[in-house]
Design a protein around this ligand. Structure first.
Ligand SMILES: CC(C)=CCC/C(C)=C/CC/C(C)=C/CC/C(C)=C/COP(=O)(O)OP(=O)(O)O
Ligand SMILES: O=P(O)(O)OC[C@@H](O)CO
Ligand SMILES: [Mg+2]
Length: 228
């Protein structure tokens, strides 16, 4: 993975566990979004991940996979692998445990891997439930995690994750304030131009997922226009 991902300001997240028709994929691919991130928490298998890759690979925009576990890693025909580590969970499997298992049983092409320091803040999301994240933390707590990720662990990405709900801009601003090297990603509940513009002013990159399925490609396009 070369460093071109550091210029992305808008990522569309597609879920291998959800169905999307080819017309919608074609419109998304030409919407102006910078990249497609194939990612989900529940029911993601090699099979449905490969099906989605086949569906999107014919378009010439970057496609990356964000696995929920070693079993969801597919590297063929994609440009890179964005691997989360969840900072705000007491369950170390989601910070380093699954990663150690993955490395022990596979030979990794590290040039294709971009680590993401996830701070999960929506307890109702699948990722919140699955990882046992401690979501009721303050902006100050979030900023401290962001600084640790950026300055102590040197993660290239800090990802503020509100998956499924629109987050608190003051929390994103607090994280942005303390980060100097990492790219700040924000994802969660962005389904129109206003929300995209607001979080786009605070984070380096916004990620739009559910809106594609719930509100359609026109909503997605509005979020692209708001930041491009
Ligand atoms: C070690 C390797 C290769 C992988 C492990 C990677 C880890 C630790 C992942 C933990 C966090 C996680 C499960 C991320 C999945 C990506 C993600 C956040 C999907 C979207 O969130 P959902 O909560 O599924 O949204 P919905 O509820 O709308 O499906
Ligand atoms: O689905 P939404 O709420 O847009 O969130 C996008 C992404 O952050 C999910 O991992
Ligand atoms: Mg999901």
């Amino acid at each position: 993975m070369d460093d071109s991902w550091k210029e992305w300001v808008h990522i569309t997240k597609l879920d291998p566990d959800k169905v999307i028709d080819n017309d919608a994929v074609a419109e998304i691919a030409t919407s102006g979004t910078d990249a497609l991130m194939l990612s989900g928490t529940l029911n993601v298998t090699q099979e449905n991940m490969r099906e989605l890759i086949t569906q999107v690979k014919e378009y010439d925009l970057p496609v990356v996979v964000e696995p929920a576990g070693p079993e969801a890693v597919v590297l063929e025909e994609v440009d890179g692998l964005f691997v989360p580590s969840v900072l705000n969970t007491p369950d170390m499997r989601w910070m380093v445990g699954k990663h150690q298992y993955w490395v022990k049983h596979n030979s990794i092409d590290w040039t294709k891997v971009v680590p993401e320091a996830y701070i999960v803040l929506n307890p109702a999301s699948s990722v919140g439930k699955v990882t046992g994240a401690i979501c009721d933390i303050s902006a100050e707590d979030v900023a401290a995690y962001a600084e640790v990720a950026d300055q102590y662990f040197s993660f290239p990405v800090v990802y503020i994750e509100y998956s499924g709900t629109y987050g608190d801009p003051t929390v994103v601003a607090a994280a942005a304030e303390v980060i100097s090297d990492a790219r700040l990603f924000y994802g969660g509940g962005i389904n129109n131009a206003e929300k995209a513009a607001e979080m786009g002013r605070l984070a380096d990159t916004i990620v739009v997922g559910n809106a594609v399925y719930d509100d359609g490609v026109s909503a997605l396009k509005a979020t692209v226009k708001a930041v491009h």
